[in-house]
Design a binder for this molecule. Structure first.
Ligand code: SF4
Length: 335
């Protein structure tokens, strides 16, 4: 599958939120701007395919591995880094045999101490998620497990909290990474889910992406990070948008991002302030971006391997206006 085959799918909840908040609409509804694809954009910016060691398992960094339990999400974000394969439901299905192979790989690599369950969204298939948590949680070498999800945000009314029973059983700490982009995504239902997670013993953190016209302004991010810490979610990462095919129009101005993060550093508490990161295209690590307290070269940086990288500039605000949704490829409303 290519980034062009990425499906359109939203939930009823996102449909309702989108009517009130254009910044939520823009995240999920296709736009003609997705056709703008300069050569600096990639199908697989983080070269995850290269590090896929068996179906569903990416082992890129020594002590941790990423397990893609499914390629299905509740709603598909148009800027998704994995849009080359996410939304391909049949390809993403992991059989018991696939899970066995993943387990064998982990056992033969005792340096792996942490499993990150991702996808797609693992909470779209709670049965498989519970099975995987129990299976890998039983391995003595696994000390930490993480689950990345956007399901509480896109479909809070249908969210299955039965995974909390398994979290309570496990001896490892379970970290749940929630993907938020805008403060209007924090509804009462989302707050309730976070509270239930916390009562089960899970530790909550957030991940966000800088998105042009959606959250690339000081007030929006100030409110987002302040609200997150109030509902017990530690803001962990805000990423520069990955240069993935069809997402060029989402890339905000780099200097503007730095200015916003510099101002936020002085006004937010340290607990509410996330790390601002570039996940280096071509896969060589998550590099923290310095703030304007320092003079630094804003066009270049070095990756984890010491190799020079340059900033992929986003298009200027006036170069392109986001246009209304074109005809959906596929539409499904979750209830
Ligand atoms: S929820 Fe995550 S995996 Fe799913 S489309 Fe959005 S960014 Fe991609």
């Amino acid at each position: 599958m290519s980034t062009k085959d990425f499906k359109f799918q939203i939930t009823r909840h996102i449909e309702e939120l989108s009517k009130k908040t254009p910044e939520i609409y823009k995240q999920f509804y296709p736009s003609e701007a997705e056709e703008i694809n300069p050569p600096c954009m990639f199908e697989d910016p983080l070269i995850e395919e290269k590090y896929t060691v068996t179906k569903g398992l990416i082992h890129k960094y020594g002590n941790r591995a990423l397990c893609m339990l499914t390629l299905v999400c509740g709603a598909y974000c148009r800027f998704c880094t994995r849009k080359r394969k996410v939304s391909d439901a049949s390809e993403g299905l992991l059989s018991d045999e696939d899970l066995e192979k993943i387990e064998s790989y982990i056992v033969s690599h005792p340096e792996i101490k942490e499993i990150i369950f991702s996808g797609g969204d693992p909470f779209t298939n709670p049965a498989v998620l519970k099975k995987a948590l129990r299976k890998f949680g039983a391995l003595p070498q696994i000390r930490v497990m993480r689950i990345g999800t956007r399901m509480p945000i896109v479909s809070p009314q249908t969210f299955d909290l039965s995974v909390c029973d398994v979290i309570r059983e496990l001896k490892q700490p379970i970290y749940i990474g929630l993907h938020f982009e805008h403060p209007d995504e924090i509804t009462e239902e989302v707050e309730h889910i976070c509270q239930t997670f916390r009562k089960s013993g899970a530790i909550l953190f957030s991940q966000s992406v800088f998105l042009k016209g959606i959250n690339d302004d000081y007030d929006t991010l100030y409110e987002l990070f302040s609200r997150l810490i109030e509902i017990g979610v530690k803001p962990y990462y805000i990423f520069r948008c990955d240069p993935v095919g069809g997402a060029y129009h989402f890339m905000a101005d780099f200097e503007k991002e730095i200015d916003i993060m510099t101002r936020l550093r002085s006004s937010l508490s340290g607990m509410a302030y996330p790390m601002y990161i570039i996940d280096v295209p071509q896969g060589a690590g998550k590099i923290p971006v310095p703030l304007n307290y320092w003079d630094f070269d804003k066009a270049h940086y070095k990756d984890f391997n010491g190799i020079d990288q340059h900033i992929v500039k986003g298009i200027e605000m006036n170069d392109f206006e986001l246009v209304p949704a074109r005809k959906p490829i596929k539409r499904k409303i979750s209830r």
